[in-house]
Structures are given as C-alpha cells and as structure tokens.
Write a protein that binds this ligand. Structure first.
Ligand code: GTB
Length: 213
C-alpha cells in the first residue's frame, strides 16, 4: 500500500519546492518508497474532510492505512523509522539525528519564518525598517553557529540523515540565501543536499504538479 500525501494543488512558490510537501517527498524518495499525491486547494484545506487529517488546515499530511499524520518533521521521523536510509543504526547516533531534526525545525526555521513574515506581511508597518535588520542579525548569528558546528564535515551526523534533510530544507528558504554567502561550508552543504538523486526526483515531482496546471 502506497502512502498518500497532501500537497498544494496550486503552490504559491510556482514549483520552487519551498512548500513542506517537498520535505516529505524527499524523505520518501531517499528511502525508495513510492507514494501517491492528493492535491488540495486553499479552500479544500479548510474543509472538514481535510481538517480530519490536519487540525490546522495545512499541508503536508501523510496517510497510510489507518495512520494519518501531520507535521513534516513527525512525518519524516515516521518514514525514517519504517525504512532504512535516514536514521543511523546506532542508538546514540540516532538520538543525535533526532536532535538535529528538532534543531532545524525549532532553532533555525523560526528565525527564517520571522524574516519571511516581516517581508511578506509587515512591509507597510511603521516599525518594519527597524525590525528587519534585527531579524537578519538573529538569523545570521544562528547560521554562523550552524556553520561552526558543521565545520568541514559533509553531513551533520556522519552519513546523510533525516537531520540533514530537514536542515537543508530550512537553508533552501529564500531568507537564508543572501546570508549563506558568508558561510561557504553551509552553501556547499546545501548544494550537496540538492545534488542527491532523491532530492532531484522529489523536486521534479512537485514541479510537475505546477507545470500541469
Ligand atoms: N509545522 C508544519 C509542518 O512542518 O508541516 C507547517 C505546515 C505549513 O506551514 N504548511 C503550509 C500551509 O499549508 C505550507 S508549507 N499553508 C497554508 C495555510 O496555512 O493555510 C509553508 C510554505 C507555503 C508556501 C511557500 N511558498 O509558496 O514559497 C513556502 C512555504
């Protein structure tokens, strides 16, 4: 039985792979698990049928048999637990991988989201021009710390893992792009992730949805 994931019927990013279904697609491609896609419009996401899958009326979700999951990080963790390829075998290394998954989504991504919200929704506020540089400074400081931690390693925890997948998805966000030039090791890390065949297959699949509009 193939899992079914929900994705935007009409992605605002126009197929740039920025919406979080890309994270789930990439994880499924890494482990070689074929999947089906349920396209949902913005209106569909707020209807009862979808709210039964996702209480916040968002994508992505993951359904397999009786199991219905939301939250991209939890979905990636489930995929990593069910298949080989995203979690190291040793339990300490697995714990550190889960630590990096949380780090990506709770210690780096919120700083990215704050920058994006400021650009998209707060440009007309009188305090925008004072707030924006402050948000950039905070994000830059976190990227510097991440850069120091990665050092000259290829991946965060030995082999490529679910921690890298989630961290690279955060680094792909446009708010990071202009800051990554300061950290060549993070730029190279991002490129290594995007060069993975599984990433390319996932990217092509989400782009195909947009191109078939
Ligand atoms: N914490 C949740 C997770 O990780 O799964 C967050 C889920 C989430 O933010 N979903 C967004 C959504 O459904 C899509 S990914 N939004 C619709 C809504 O809330 O009504 C965020 C996103 C959307 C679009 C772009 N883009 O076009 O560039 C980038 C990222």
């Amino acid at each position: 039985m193939k899992p079914i994931i929900t994705v935007f019927a009409n992605s605002p990013d126009q197929g740039r792979g920025l919406a979080r279904d890309m994270t789930v697609r990439w994880a499924l491609e890494e482990v070689g698990q074929p999947y089906e896609v349920r396209l949902v419009s913005f209106a569909d996401m707020k209807q009862a049928e979808h709210l039964r899958r996702h209480p916040f009326g968002q994508i992505p979700t993951y359904e397999k048999g009786e199991l219905v999951l939301f939250e991209s990080g939890a979905i990636v963790q489930h995929i990593a637990e069910q298949h080989g390829g995203l979690f190291p075998a040793a339990s300490d290394a697995r714990a550190r991988t889960i630590m990096w998954m949380f780090a990506a989504q709770s210690s780096v991504e919120p700083l990215v989201v704050q920058c994006e919200v400021a650009v998209l929704l707060e440009r007309d506020k009188p305090w925008h021009s004072a707030r924006m540089p402050m948000l950039k400074v905070r994000l830059n400081a976190r990227l510097k710390e991440l850069s120091n931690s990665l050092g000259d390693a290829d991946w965060l925890e030995g082999e490529f893992s679910a921690g890298d997948l989630l961290m690279i998805q955060v680094l792909r966000r446009p708010a990071c792009a202009e800051l990554l030039v300061n950290y060549p090791n993070l730029s190279d890390y991002l490129l290594r992730g995007e060069a993975r065949p599984a990433f390319k297959r996932a990217f092509a699949a989400q782009l195909a949805v947009f191109n078939n509009q």
